[in-house]
Design a protein around this ligand. Structure first.
Ligand code: HEC
Length: 110
């Protein structure tokens, strides 16, 4: 009985270092995340772009065409969701990945 418990706990111990590593460093580039997780809504013709066209200045509806997109705002929007946009959890996008993505989006066009 006791042996079974130890055997069940072993895989958890073996996985722990991997989990710590992936939380600490961005494992995917901002471009990669944007392309796979954001672009289908935020490129030309996407749902997000069409929604934003109703309330942002002309030419700024595509996120990558923004003249200004403060990283703190992007981080809050992505974690909480906004309007019809779903939120992204830290499991889907680590804090480090989100920070890099938000900085990349803000820098991208200036
Ligand atoms: C399923 C579609 C969808 C996906 C995927 C999506 N968004 Fe959005 N996003 C939207 C919609 C729709 C809005 C506009 C919501 C509203 O205000 O009505 C929006 C709004 C935003 C805004 C607010 C812009 C502003 O001017 O207020 C930011 C920033 C943003 N999204 C970033 C992202 C990022 C970064 C990703 C990828 C991690 C992402 N979104 C993925 C649909 C999406």
């Amino acid at each position: 009985m006791r042996l079974k418990l130890i055997a069940a706990a072993l895989p958890l111990v073996a996985l722990a270092p991997v989990a710590v590593q992936s939380a600490g460093q961005p494992s995917r580039s901002p471009e990669e995340i944007y392309t796979t997780r954001c672009a289908y809504c935020h490129e030309a013709g996407g749902w997000g772009t069409r929604a934003l066209a109703k309330r942002v200045p002309a030419g700024e509806a595509e996120l990558r065409n923004r003249s200004s997109l403060p990283p703190a705002y992007t981080i809050a929007v992505v974690r909480r969701g906004i309007g019809a946009m779903p939120q992204f959890t830290p499991t889907e996008l680590t804090d480090a990945e989100l920070e890099a993505l938000a900085n990349w989006l803000d820098r991208g066009n200036r």
